[in-house]
Design a protein around this ligand. Structure first.
Ligand SMILES: *Cc1c(COP(=O)(O)O)cnc(C)c1O
Length: 454
């Protein structure tokens, strides 16, 4: 009898308790696929090497179980962010507050009044959710929340400026990342792009000249990811708004991040605030839900009632609508600002406002628990299309390892993966972006990696 003939059949494997357990955990059809794939592999191995012994049933079942586990492992998984980049777009931007998670959880567990008016018992609109709190928080006449800020910009331009001229400074025709280019979005909306000024300078007279011809909008797009320094000039926001209004043209401000907290109090540049745009007289303002707001992915539009009404009615509003979980989450996040508790409750503001002493103490605690590495002063950044080039003081745990690249790869292979950065061949771990409740987990992971690689 050759080794191939000693292999068990699928039916024989199915008699075992272990395969019954696998079927209970993964379902019958997926388990059968895994058993077949495993047996096919074993057969191929024996055919290429007739001396190879047929594996025990247990080994075949273990192999099938590994396949099942790999096939059903989500590609999207939690990671520990030790990079010190607070709004890391590749790592999912803002972690959410407890109240935000609770609100999103509640609205997904069961039914909700998403599009149901509880007062009249009739059909309602999802576009009203978050509006009340946005109006109270900003003082704007109306508001609407959509899928993300890119779609907010597209929607606003499509609703207010299709086939019309949109005047924008040349220095603001930016690419945000992921191929999102302001000029392309304007084209997509059907608006006619009118660039004014030069790369480094734009004057009020440039706007005035362009406004001599009837136009749909004057727009500002925040230079979210780069800085214009040196020989530059740009009028005050209020002056641009006034000149637009003088020519009976609306002013739209794409703030990108937009902040409700003054970032300059943390020693950083001043990130444009929603309140400031409104005070300057902007007619429509849009910003992201998951940048400095610190909430779930969303695009927020606030502004004049008649314009927001037009935006809500545009067919694209349906295509870019927010889902119930983000509406619930955005509302809960906004409430933190309304209740003046943002820095206490919203994770990204807790990270930004964490006292330097506390960051240092955590890094020191990591070092002493590990009995390895040293603590050094370094810098964290906000990232995510906010405050370009701005960093603020932080402390890191710095580890010297034989092969930094290999170590980083090992860190990524952990469960959860740990993402860190290197500097001068040292691996740096910044406590600012590690959630305090992840400290122990991180120490455990580092501990076992360090002893493994010794
Ligand atoms: C980030 C950004 C956007 C896109 O926002 P998302 O929420 O990522 O879609 C648009 N405009 C500006 C100026 C931005 O900074």
């Amino acid at each position: 009898m050759n080794n191939l003939q000693t292999l068990p059949s699928i039916e024989q494997l199915l008699q075992t308790q272990r395969s019954a357990d696998l079927i209970a955990a993964y379902g019958r059809s997926l388990t059968l696929d895994a058993l077949r794939a495993t047996l096919a592999d074993v057969r191929a191995r024996i055919k290429s090497d007739p001396e190879a012994a047929a594996p025990e049933n247990d080994l075949i079942l273990s192999d099938a179980e590994s396949r099942l586990s790999a096939w059903t492992k989500p590609t999207l998984r939690p990671v520990i962010n030790a990079t010190g980049v607070i709004l890391h777009t590749n790592l999912g931007r803002a972690p959410l507050s407890n109240a935000t998670i609770k609100a999103m959880n509640e609205v997904s567990l069961g039914y909700s009044n998403l599009e149901f008016d509880l007062e009249t018992g009739k059909r309602g609109s999802r576009l009203i959710h978050a509006e009340t709190v946005l109006k109270r928080l900003t003082g704007a006449e109306a508001a609407v929340v959509v899928n993300n800020n890119a779609s907010a910009v597209l929607l606003v331009l499509s609703a207010l400026a299709s086939k019309k001229r949109v005047i924008i400074a040349r220095s603001q025709l930016v690419e945000i990342g992921g191929g999102f280019r302001v000029p392309d979005v304007m084209k997509q909306s059907g608006a006619k792009l009118v660039e004014v000024g030069t790369t480094n300078k734009v004057r009020l007279s440039d706007y005035e000249e362009a406004l001599a011809e009837a136009s749909g909008l004057v727009m500002r797009a925040h230079r979210s990811n780069f800085k214009l320094i040196g020989f530059t000039e740009e009028p005050e926001l209020k002056q641009i708004v006034n000149i637009a209004h003088k020519h009976e043209t609306f002013f739209v401000d794409d703030l990108g991040s937009g902040s409700f907290v003054d970032t300059s109090k943390y020693g950083m540049d001043h990130e444009p605030m929603v309140q400031e745009s409104l005070a300057a007289g902007a007619d429509v303002i849009c910003f992201s839900g998951d940048k400095l707001l610190g909430g779930p992915q969303a695009g927020i539009i606030v502004g004049k009632a008649d314009l927001v009404a037009k935006i809500k009615k545009h067919p694209l509003a349906r295509a870019v609508r927010a889902d119930k979980t983000s509406l619930a989450g955005i509302t809960a996040t906004l409430l933190h600002y309304l209740k003046d508790e943002a820095e206490r409750e919203i994770p990204i503001w807790k990270m930004i406002s964490m006292p330097l002493d506390e960051v240092k103490a955590r890094a020191e605690n990591w070092a002493s628990e590990l009995g390895a590495g040293s603590v050094a002063k370094n810098e964290a950044t906000v990232g995510g299309g906010s405050l370009p080039g701005e960093s603020f003081p932080s402390y890191v745990l710095s580890l010297s390892v034989k092969s930094p690249d290999k170590f980083l790869k090992k860190l990524r292979e952990q469960n959860p993966s740990v993402i860190a950065r290197t500097e001068n061949d040292k691996i740096l771990f910044d406590p600012r972006t590690v959630l305090p409740e992840q400290d122990q987990l991180l120490i455990t992971i580092l501990h076992s990696l360090l002893s493994e690689l010794k």
